[in-house]
Design a protein around this ligand. Structure first.
Ligand SMILES: [Zn+2]
Ligand SMILES: [Zn+2]
Length: 138
């Protein structure tokens, strides 16, 4: 499951205090149904895309950082709560950006579902994308 597309775009949080630029090859793009994403976003699933960390930079503002696990941080706007980035401690891992925070979320369409083991039964999408019980991809 490797995407062949690349991106060169900007995005930000709801209130506009935080803005970012993202560019480079998209390594993966999908929906995450894990409980941590559900709880952090307050939404049934989070659409995300992954790329090399060097392709992401903040243009404005400094995010709040929450560690929900011992290997990664979740970055968000302290003012409006917008959840923006999932960042692994290991800089060789990809960085995930929450797709809906892009100014144009249509640029990074999801290509799979991960953590379907915790998908909420009343939330489903009408697609034939690959579905994985957990993640990340093998
Ligand atoms: Zn904000
Ligand atoms: Zn998740």
């Amino acid at each position: 499951m490797t995407s062949s597309s690349s991106i060169d775009a900007e995005g930000g949080c709801l209130c506009g205090r935080i803005r970012y630029r993202v560019s480079g090859a998209i390594a993966e793009s999908g929906y995450c149904h894990c409980r941590t994403c559900q709880r952090q976003s307050g939404a049934p699933a989070v659409a995300w895309f992954a790329l090399a960390p060097s392709g992401f930079s903040y243009l404005k503002g400094e995010p709040g950082v929450y560690r929900a696990s011992d290997h990664a941080s979740r970055e968000f706007c302290r003012d409006c709560g917008g959840y923006l980035v999932f960042r692994e401690d290991d800089p060789k891992e990809t960085l995930s950006v929450n797709t809906a925070s892009l100014d144009d979320p249509a640029l990074a369409p999801p290509e799979c579902h991960i953590y379907c083991e915790s998908r909420i039964p009343w939330f489903d999408t009408a697609d034939d994308l690959p579905r994985f019980e957990r993640g990340p991809l093998p």
